[in-house]
Write a protein that binds this ligand. Structure first.
Ligand code: NAI
Ligand SMILES: C[N+](C)(C)CC(=O)CC(=O)[O-]
Length: 490
């Protein structure tokens, strides 16, 4: 999929635009609101801030975002069409009629609806088999879950397309077995939301106290295990059966007001909105979004370390990006230093001097070494089979500073590749060409079973020799072999 259209660019549409464009897909947008573009730009700024920290894997070149004057124009060459217009059946159905008039016959139409049945959405369509619900979660550019729901007329092929495509964007499609209003997640959220409104309305708790009850306790559990796995553990050694045995009888106790809903009126709105202003009014919505995003990135990265839940999805997404970004040996130009890193400086890589921290220069060079090693075949499979490289000596020269979110790139020259030894010279540049740093690194091939130096596999040695021979004709880089304290040239 290389081209998408987003119809509606509000909170959810803008999140989709960011996720699609970040993953290299061109996005044509249609939203009639005069301020739509400004709002989308603000979301994109936050999204790029978040992406800069979410993964170190090389992202594809960002897709182009263009603005169309009509639905038909936006969808004219799209393979994937996202509908994120207001939650009203009549508006959505009118938009589908315009889409069907302009879109390629095989394009998927994916509605972001939070709860309208796809059977109702597709009721007036000429080709209803191509409509699905792909219900995302805010912020769409960070949260992996998408509920996939087919209507009575949705084809299995459309569902299969969605299940194959969304993981390419780093998402976790969850296909819903039965079509019901509000699907799975919003059913659950709605029950907590309704209960919380009662608690505030009845003066039992403030909005802040309810948030505290979630975020200091079970919210942390939910973020990584959900409900059933958490309660299984709560049952002790005897697990879920004991949990049910102990807490099952509470089902008939008056522990919930869910059988009833508070009346929606001005009094309720003033109460809830007033308390919410008091709780969070010191931050703008954009500030809150940044805080939320930074926290979500940190949680997902922590889960990635444990290869668990949303972190497992992030890990799989990164692997795809690394695999897709890896240069094939046949494509590599060995007549010059080889590109090994191309990214922006993550927002949290700067320090109290307001520039990239010294430790991050080493991280760039370590990532560049890894990228180079993958090029010659030292990839996850090779390491799993018992061979790897360890860095045994490093010399870094810090030559210029660089700020957060600036583009940086690295080139690598092989100075020596003989037997167990591999000497690499990395040069880090700002995107504008300014020389930022150099790193010289001695690596040794290691047998992972004995954890001692060993000869690399023949195929690896052969790939390395190709680089070493070609790079031998390049001039020795300035700074190579330099000791600390030597005067700089020039
Ligand atoms: N806000 C949320 O937390 C979530 C919302 N959703 C769903 O996403 C959809 C959009 O919701 P939001 O983004 O929150 O709403 P929103 O109000 O932020 O954005 C809707 C956008 O649609 C535009 N629009 C109105 N008529 C249009 C038309 N005929 N053609 C193109 N654009 C049009 C509006 O100008 C506005 O920018 C809804 O179906 C909602 O249920 C899904 C997940 C979460
Ligand atoms: C409130 N909501 C029903 C629109 C929420 C969603 O649909 C999903 C989310 O992001 O929580």
């Amino acid at each position: 999929m290389t081209k998408a259209a987003c119809i509606g660019g509000g909170v959810i549409g803008a999140g989709w635009i960011a996720r699609l464009a970040y993953n290299g897909i061109d996005v044509a947008v249609y939203d009639p609101a005069p301020d739509a573009r400004a709002k989308i730009d603000a979301v994109l700024e936050n999204a790029w801030h978040a992406f800069s920290r979410l993964t170190m894997a090389p992202a594809p070149k960002a897709g182009a975002i263009t603005y169309a004057d009509s639905v038909a124009e936006a969808v004219s060459d799209a393979g994937w069409i996202v509908e994120s217009v207001p939650e009203r059946l009549d508006i959505k159905q009118a938009v589908y009629a315009e889409m069907e008039a302009g879109a390629p016959a095989d394009a998927v139409i994916a509605s972001s609806t939070s709860g309208i049945l796809p059977t109702n959405l597709q009721a007036k369509m000429e080709n209803p088999e191509r409509l699905i619900v792909a219900h995302p979660f805010n912020p769409v550019y960070l949260l992996p879950l998408v509920e996939i729901v087919g209507g009575e007329k949705t084809s299995g092929e459309t569902i299969a397309k969605a299940e194959a495509f969304l993981p390419e964007l780093g998402m976790k499609p969850l296909t819903i077995r039965k079509e019901i209003d509000a699907f799975i997640a919003d059913r659950l959220l709605e029950s907590v939301w309704r209960e919380a409104l009662w608690l505030v309305r009845d003066g039992v708790a403030t909005t802040e106290e309810i948030d505290d009850a979630i975020r200091y306790g079970f919210g942390l559990r939910w973020a990584q295990m959900g409900l059933f796995e958490t309660y299984r553990i709560a049952g002790g050694e005897a697990g879920m059966r004991h949990f049910l045995d102990q807490f099952g009888p509470t089902l008939s106790w008056p522990w919930t007001r869910l059988m009833d809903v508070p009346e929606y009126n001005d009094e309720l709105v003033d109460l809830i909105a007033g308390q919410s202003d008091e709780q969070s009014g010191r931050h703008s919505i954009r500030e809150l979004e940044r805080i939320r995003d930074d926290n979500l990135v940190a949680i997902m990265q922590a889960l990635k370390v444990n290869d668990w839940g949303a972190g497992e999805t992030l890990g799989a997404y990164e692997k795809r990006l690394f695999d897709a970004g890896a240069q094939k040996p046949s494509e590599i130009d060995r007549t010059k230093p080889v590109p090994t890193l191309d990214r922006t400086v993550p927002a949290d890589w700067t320090d109290y001097n307001n520039h990239m921290n010294e430790a991050r220069y080493l991280q760039c060079f370590a990532d560049a070494s890894d990228a180079f090693l993958r090029m010659v075949g030292v990839d996850a499979d090779y390491v799993a089979k018992g061979g790897s490289y360890f860095t045994v000596e490093t010399h870094i020269r810090h030559l210029a500073e660089v700020a957060a979110l600036q583009p940086i790139r690295c080139e690598t020259q092989v100075l020596e590749a003989k037997g167990k030894k591999l000497r690499l010279f990395h040069t880090l540049y700002h995107g504008d060409g300014t020389l930022l740093a150099t790193g010289e690194h001695m690596l040794l091939h290691v047998d992972m079973a004995t954890r001692s130096a060993s000869e690399p596999a023949e195929a690896i040695a052969a790939e390395l020799a190709k680089f070493a021979d070609a790079h031998a004709s390049l001039s020795m880089p300035e700074g190579a072999g330099r000791a600390i304290g030597q005067p700089r040239k020039g």
